[in-house]
Ligand binder design. Structure first.
Ligand code: NDP
Length: 329
């Protein structure tokens, strides 16, 4: 497993990170969750990503249990705040009250004293950036948070946040957007704004939630046991990846599968390696419902794709790639 620096910060992250959205505390039982985390650790993944809102807070608890006994200094534990975790008026968003309370709750569930990267899971237009960043600043001074990130913020929101972060001496070092061969909306604006600010991209759904694994065949029902077929996963899958469950896209994906095989890779490995060719990317966060998926996918670390291969991928996917920066968030 190769490691990269997170933006201009000194923090090293594994270029393939492990995330537990949808899976832990929902789609898979705890023993499977523990085996996936152990497969990640055994294959050199050191960076783990979760959020307070995942599986109504259960995902953080499962990850905390799975990592019990693991040397804390040897991993980077990242979580997020913003989405509602309760019914109260203050159980959501980026107010000082919610950030402080959410951080303490996450620390408890993760069974740790500090969070390596604490993300604002979305932009909160109802709270001043100053209030949000002052709360992050205090958490950093208290040693409860080491670095700060944002997720699905636009280039302008990131630039404004970074100015305030600089003023308040908050180490804002990570942006967490969606990025895959099919979803490239960060390329036009976000990556450039981030580069100016020393912020690295830690990207989600590099397999477009499994579309780029090749498991969804054209004109066939979705396979049982897949995210698209599971009650925990299908609402998110349909909302964010359902647009690609069309014959013409799936036919293109099957051509990518042949291309991957010619290169001695599996399709998931090709898709993750493609993400990692972009120098703006600090890490790609993979999800897994089985330890074997982790073992297969980590082999994308260190793979180089030549320019001819990159061109062929673009030709195959032509017409199906989303590039509009207005789709951020
Ligand atoms: P992926 O695109 O990697 O999709 C993972 C899913 O694809 C797996 O759970 C599995 O689903 C399927 N899969 C993975 N590998 C294989 C394989 N080798 N063969 C066949 N199927 C495979 O990432 P996710 O969508 O899971 O997102 C990754 C992480 O990103 C999340 O856990 C979370 O930490 C983060 N994230 C952040 C967001 C944000 O707003 N900041 C939003 C979403 C995610 P199955 O087997 O069930 O079909």
């Amino acid at each position: 497993m190769n490691h990269r620096r997170l933006g201009a910060s000194g923090l090293a992250v594994s270029e393939i990170a492990f995330g537990n959205w949808i899976t832990h505390g929902a789609q898979v039982d705890d023993n499977t969750a523990f085996s996936c985390v152990h497969a990640a650790l055994d294959t050199g993944i050191t960076t783990f990503d979760t959020a307070d809102v995942y599986s109504e807070t259960r995902a953080e608890s499962v990850l905390g249990q799975a990592l019990k006994g693991v040397r804390r200094e040897g991993i980077e534990l990242c979580t997020k705040v913003y989405h509602p975790t309760g019914a109260g008026n203050n159980d959501k968003g980026l107010s000082r009250k919610h950030i402080m309370e959410a951080c303490h709750a996450s620390l408890n569930r993760l069974q740790t004293d500090y969070i390596d990267v604490y993300y604002a899971h979305r932009f909160d237009a109802t709270v001043s950036l100053e209030e949000t960043f002052l709360a992050f600043s205090d958490l950093v001074r208290q040693g409860k948070v080491l670095y700060v990130g944002v997720s699905e913020w636009t280039a302008d929101q990131i630039t404004n946040g970074a100015a305030l972060a600089r003023e308040l001496r908050v180490p804002l070092v990570a942006s967490q957007p969606q990025y895959s061969m099919l979803w490239r909306v960060i390329e036009a604006e976000v990556v450039h704004a981030c580069e100016r600010e020393g912020i690295g991209q830690v990207v989600w759904s590099p397999l477009a939630q499994g579309i780029l694994s090749g498991k969804y065949a054209p004109e066939k029902p979705v396979p049982s046991g897949s995210r698209a077929s599971s009650s925990a996963g299908s609402p998110f899958f349909n909302k964010l990846a359902g647009q690609w469950l069309r014959t013409e896209v799936l036919l293109a994906v099957s051509k990518l599968d042949s291309l991957a095989r010619e290169a001695g890779l599996t399709l998931p490995q090709l898709a993750i390696a493609w993400v990692l060719q972009n120098p703006h990317i600090s890490a790609a966060i993979i999800g897994a419902s089985k330890p074997e998926q982790v073992q297969e996918n980590v082999k994308a670390s260190g793979v180089r794709l030549d320019s001819e291969m990159m061109r062929e991928i673009d030709t195959i996917l032509d017409g199906f790639i989303e590039r509009d920066p207005a789709k951020t968030g």
